[in-house]
Design a protein around this ligand. Structure first.
Ligand code: GSH
Length: 217
C-alpha cells in the first residue's frame, strides 16, 4: 500500500520520520504542507494540524514517534527502529522522549518566542528553556560518552529524534565546547547519509529560521 507523508522539509519533527524513511529507502509520496490546500487536507486528517502526518491506505497516523513505529509494521524489511529486546526498547523510547521533551521543546520555545511581538514575548519562559537546554546538554554529555549512537551501536528511533533536536538546538542555544561528547555526537549524526539528505532538503528554507540561520552546517 502506497504511503503519503504530510510534511515540510524545514520541520524538525518531520525530519525524525524522513530520516527513518530514507534509511530504509521506503518509497512514499511527499505532500508538502505549505499552501492553503495542503493545510486544509492536513486539517481534515488531523484537526490538531501538526505535522508530520502519515496516510497509509485508510489509516492516518500522527505523532512523529508513532509514525516511525508504524513504519516497522508497514515495511517488513524496515529497520527495527525500536529493538525487539524489551530493555533496549525502553531505553530507545526513553531517549526519544528525552530529545522531544527536553531538547526539541525548549528549542522550539526560544524560536517561537522570537516570532512574537514585543508585548507578547515571554522572557521568563525563554530563560527557563535555555536553562533546560543547558541541563539537557550536561546530562547527555555523561550519557553519550561511550555509545556510538544514543542507545548502543545501532541507529534507532532515538537517533532519528536526536538529529533534528540537536541540529536546531545548537542554532537556538549553542552547545558549549565543554560538552565535547554532545558536539561529537551531533557531528556523527550530521554525517549519516539520511541526515545529510534532510539537511540538504531543508537548506533552501533556512531563511525561515526566525533567529537567523548560522553560516555553518
Ligand atoms: N508531537 C508532535 C509535534 C509536531 C509539531 O509540533 N510539528 C510542528 C512542525 S515541527 C508543526 O506542525 N507546526 C505547525 C503549527 O504548529 O502550526 C510530533 O511528534 O509529531
Amino acid at each position: 500500500m502506497a504511503i503519503t507523508l504530510y510534511a515540510h522539509p524545514f520541520s524538525s519533527y518531520c525530519w525524525k520520520v524522513l530520516i527513518a524513511l530514507y534509511e530504509d529507502q521506503t518509497p512514499f509520496t511527499y505532500r508538502l504542507v505549505e499552501d492553503a490546500a495542503a493545510w486544509d487536507e492536513l486539517k481534515s486528517l488531523w484537526p490538531i494540524k501538526k505535522f508530520p502526518v502519515l496516510r497509509d491506505g485508510e489509516k492516518v497516523i500522527a505523532e512523529s514517534s508513532i509514525i516511525v513505529e508504524h513504519l516497522m509494521t508497514h515495511n517488513e524489511s524496515a529497520t527495527a527502529w525500536i529493538p525487539a529486546d524489551n530493555q533496549l526498547a525502553l531505553q530507545v523510547r526513553f531517549m526519544d522522549r528525552f530529545f522531544d521533551n527536553y531538547v526539541m521543546t525548549p528549542m522550539s520555545k526560544i524560536v517561537l518566542n522570537s516570532m512574537r511581538s514585543s508585548e507578547e514575548k515571554d522572557a521568563k519562559g525563554v530563560a527557563e528553556a535555555r536553562q533546560m537546554l543547558e541541563v539537557a546538554y550536561e546530562w547527555l554529555e555523561g550519557q553519550i560518552a561511550q555509545d556510538h549512537w544514543a542507545v548502543g551501536d545501532t541507529f534507532t528511533l532515538a537517533d532519528c529524534s536526536a538529529a533534528p533536536a540537536l541540529f536546531y538546538a545548537d542554532w537556538a542555544h549553542p552547545i558549549d565546547s565543554k560538552f565535547a561528547n554532545v558536539r561529537a555526537y551531533r557531528k556523527r549524526l550530521l554525517a549519516q547519509p539520511s541526515v545529510v539528505k534532510v539537511v540538504e532538503e531543508a537548506r533552501p528554507y533556512r531563511g525561515y529560521f526566525p533567529l537567523g540561520a548560522p553560516d555553518r552546517d
